[in-house]
Design a binder for this molecule. Sequence first.
Ligand code: OKP
Ligand code: ZN
Length: 335
Amino acid sequence: MRRYFSPAQATHAPAQELHNGAFTDYAEKPSRAQAILDAIGGAEQPDDFGAAPIEAVHDADYLAFLRDAARLWEEAGRPGQAIPYAFPIVGRRPLALSRVDALLGRYSLDATTPLTHQTWAAGYASAQSALAATHAVLAGERAAFALCRPPGHHAGRDYCGGYCHINVAAVAAQAARDAGCARVAILDIDYHHGNGTQDIFWQRGDVFYASLHADPATDYPFFWGHADEVGEGEGRGATLNLPLPQGTRIDAFRTEQERALAAIARFGADLLVVSFGADTWEGDPISRFKLTTDDYPVLARDIAALGLPTAIVMEGGYAIDALGRNVAAFLSGFD
Ligand code: OKP
Ligand code: ZN
């Protein structure tokens, strides 16, 4: 399988995050990528497809914010990391604010995602890896893997959060649409709901979003991923949420994944994007499912049986010692 990763993706490295009311080591570490590379035998540097495929999914003012935030924060003389802390949740309106504190709140979903001087470059490169995998399958590869890091599925058209800045799955899906695929499906099997991906395609009937994830009644991102969220307008019925309880093991996970795959087959997708998170593994430090390494090839074979050209993009997975073997196990199911 073709595999893509750019060294620029490793440069974004916040020191700490706000977790359980205290600052702890940032879980989405650059060493996640090295662990995966070691286990899958390296990866190719992606071609540069430019900013246009990213701008097809994200607003220009938001992308400018990603480029500038750390510099503005530093210029304002702030000693700590660029972390938002005031959010316009009441009466959100298009105020022309320039204070970096206001911009951080305006363009962020949460306070867990510090921005760095390298955030834009790393997110840009992560999106290029997703685009390279997408173009590989458009050119006839059965499946391809983008080692996306930073991940993407919590990021929306104009906001970051949940360690995500550029929604790499959305960039991949939109690129496939623009390359002529009439209908594209995204299957999100990260532990967390991909609220950003859902939001981007909420009113679209041409991109189907199906997600298995921890019930947002108990887990981040709390406000999205509930079973009654099905899309709106043209997108009504093109969003499928399958929340699962903490403690979920392979049998229940596989049964629900079969439901998602059946819905994708009925939708009639020409191409599939898989948002793959290995944070469903039993030893993940921030997640509570009970999948084992041996479960991943089983899930992958079920997905491969759909017979669709498949671009796999990496999302979460924070047990770094096990991450490489879990990713390699998943990819082995597509052989
Ligand atoms: C990103 B991905 C809870 C903090 C939650 C954010 C989790 C982001 C997961 N104390 N932190 O979906 O793997
Ligand atoms: Zn996750």
